[in-house]
Design a protein around this ligand. Structure first.
Ligand SMILES: [Fe+2]
Length: 246
């Protein structure tokens, strides 16, 4: 009986229909720590579809020196993936290619770049180091904004050195940086601290976007499990997000 219950709970529920669009995932095979092959990409996208997503933007890592990706190469690969996903019959729109740009030493060179791959041709998704604060991050974001870019900070709840109520986080918010929380953070996938911060930011009204940050089928399974979480369903019912505008 318990086994049956467990099995039943692992069926995906379409709770993300209200969002419609996922704007953060790593499903271009073999360009970062995400999908390893097109079959894995197809499987993940099939799961996202059954969870209620109808539109996806793929956002590979751009990070020095770990993922030295090139915008033209990534765009070409995206077009190939798009064709293969359509051939596989997955009923989901691959709406565009973005990037998840790590603000690191290599980022200085990108600052004035018109080459940023932008989500919905509008937003540049950036991330910080998960372990330590890099000096000058906020100044670089400010410079991006001065150059006309709309900036989304990926998973602010995952940076242990940033206190939600600390002045730095508030400063980023005040200077017009959009925040994107990972939906899996809401279920504790990244630990209790990230979960607490995610809910704290939601309560403050600081979260404009939710993303899956899907890397592989393990994430797809975790999202499937999360689709049975009542607290997450309530967040989706009671908050307005900008995902649907993408
Ligand atoms: Fe990511």
């Amino acid at each position: 009986m318990f086994l049956n219950l467990f099995k039943k709970n692992r069926e995906p529920r379409p709770i993300f229909e209200a969002l419609g669009t996922d704007m953060h995932c790593h499903l271009i095979p073999r360009v970062d720590d995400g999908s390893k092959c097109i079959e894995e990409t197809v499987e993940c996208l099939q799961t996202l579809r059954t969870l209620g997503y109808s539109k996806v933007y793929i956002t590979p890592h751009f990070q020095t020196p770990r993922f030295e990706n090139d915008e033209d190469d990534i765009t070409r690969r995206f077009m190939e993936v798009k064709t293969k996903v359509a051939d596989a019959g997955v009923d989901i729109e691959l709406a565009g290619i973005g990037g998840e740009y790590r603000i690191d030493s290599g980022f200085y060179n990108r600052l004035k770049s018109p080459r940023f791959l932008r989500v919905a041709k509008k937003y540049v998704l950036v991330e910080f180091s998960l372990h330590q604060q890099m000096m000058g991050c906020d100044e670089m974001i400010f410079e991006m904004q001065m150059n006309g870019h709309e900036v989304i900070l990926a998973h602010p709840e995952r940076y242990p050195y940033l206190n939600v109520r600390g002045s730095r986080m508030e400063q980023l918010k005040n200077q017009g940086v959009y925040f994107q929380v990972n939906v899996l953070s809401l279920g504790g996938f990244y630990g209790d601290d990230a979960k607490r911060r995610a809910f704290e930011m939601l309560d403050l009204g600081w979260v404009e976007f939710l993303g899956t940050d899907t890397h592989n089928t393990m994430y797809a399974q975790a999202l499937t499990d999360l689709s049975h979480d009542r607290k997450v369903a309530k967040v989706l019912e009671t908050h307005e997000f900008l995902n649907k505008t993408l």
